[in-house]
Design a protein around this ligand. Structure first.
Ligand code: SF4
Length: 348
């Protein structure tokens, strides 16, 4: 694809320069699986303490499978994208029930586990089992776009074919996990989106974008995901110092986390597939005052929330409880903290 020597130069650079991260230098497939799920859409620095705490609490896949789902979600609190926690837990249960507690080495079996798509399956298969499977993330796309001076966006399958072609080089084929991680690392620390450090790049002599001086113009932008503007009405309903809340169980998004009653209205454009809140509540509330508003983002949703203090005239609805929302071990979405600032402007 690029001529001789570039894979060896990349691997040599990676060996000498890779960041020391707690999931590096291990081929334990469980560790690799946990790290890859946590790293989906989340920065490395953010993941490190969560990864350590998670493995200290659930040292093996069997420990994870045996834990209550709520405990797994609680440990995930603050990491965001909570569906990942529930799917990882479901994957652990599947591994115990169907694979004897052994994480499959086969890419196809891996990719059938809950929450393990083609990206994560390729990462686990290549890093833990030395399978020559390409891993294509944003960093990898940027590096290849510049190395090859790609002047158009590629489809997912075209990216897979292009990335897989690197494994015809024996050095990449022999060390696919290192090769995949080296490409991602180069994209993260050298071939950055802004101001790529071409002077320090081990691939400079092969890089077509560098030779033409067009590296900062690449990669060609892919279409941005469509954003959904949403209004929430959130109700802080108090009784004897406790708040009406429930642990979500009706939806994969944010499931298992404790929330206040809320209703959702979509603004312009089509609604996202999965609403976070219903459009009406199945019980009556009496609004007392408007406390304020906050803004929040969940995946492609851009939320404008209005918060009201309210009371519940009737009995406690089924599935709801009176709880202390600020208890440190209560699994909750991060927006609950924004409500707190409105309910208790000067906490503590
Ligand atoms: Fe990226 Fe520059 Fe290296 Fe090319 S030479 S791969 S643009 S860092």
């Amino acid at each position: 694809m690029l001529g001789r020597g570039w894979v060896e130069a990349l691997l040599d650079w990676y060996r000498r320069n890779k960041r020391r991260l707690p999931w590096r230098d291990t081929e334990d497939p469980y560790h690799v699986l946990v790290s890859e799920v946590m790293l989906q859409q989340t920065r490395v620095e953010t993941v490190i303490p969560y990864f350590r705490r998670f493995l200290a609490t659930f040292p093996t896949v069997a420990d994870l499978a045996a834990a209550p789902e709520s405990e797994v979600v609680r440990l995930w609190t603050g990491l965001g994208y909570y569906a990942r926690a529930r799917r990882l837990w479901a994957a652990a249960r599947r591994i115990v029930e169907q694979h004897g507690g052994v994480i499959p080495s086969n890419y196809e079996l891996l990719s059938k586990l809950p929450g393990v798509g083609t990206y994560t399956a390729a990462a686990v298969a290549s890093i833990a089992f030395a399978a020559p499977r390409p891993v294509v993330d944003g960093n990898v796309k940027r590096v290849y776009s510049r190395l090859l001076a790609l002047d158009r966006a590629l489809t997912a399958s075209a990216w897979d074919r292009l990335a897989a072609s690197a494994f015809v080089v024996p050095a990449a084929y022999r060390r696919p996990g290192d090769f995949n991680q080296a490409l991602m690392e180069l994209g993260a620390v050298i071939c950055r989106r802004e101001r790529p450090a071409c002077r320090d790049c081990p691939l400079q002599e092969w890089c077509r974008a560098f030779k033409r001086g067009i590296q900062v113009e690449l990669p060609v932008r892919e279409a941005a995901p469509r954003l959904h503007r949403i209004e929430w009405h959130v109700f802080a309903v108090v009784r004897d110092g406790r708040f009406l809340m429930r642990a979500r169980s009706d939806s994969r998004l944010l499931a298992g986390l404790w929330e206040f009653p809320a209703v959702e209205r979509t603004g312009g454009g089509s609604a996202p597939k999965e609403a976070v809140h219903p459009t009406t509540l199945p019980f009556e509330l009496e609004i007392e005052t408007r406390l304020g508003e906050f803004r929040h983002a969940i995946t492609t949703r851009r939320i404008h929330a209005h918060v009201f203090r309210a009371s519940l005239p009737g009995p406690t609805p089924a599935g709801w409880s009176w709880v202390d929302p600020w208890k440190s071990d209560l699994p909750r979405p991060s927006w609950v903290e924004k409500v707190r600032l409105l309910v208790e402007p000067n906490p503590g």
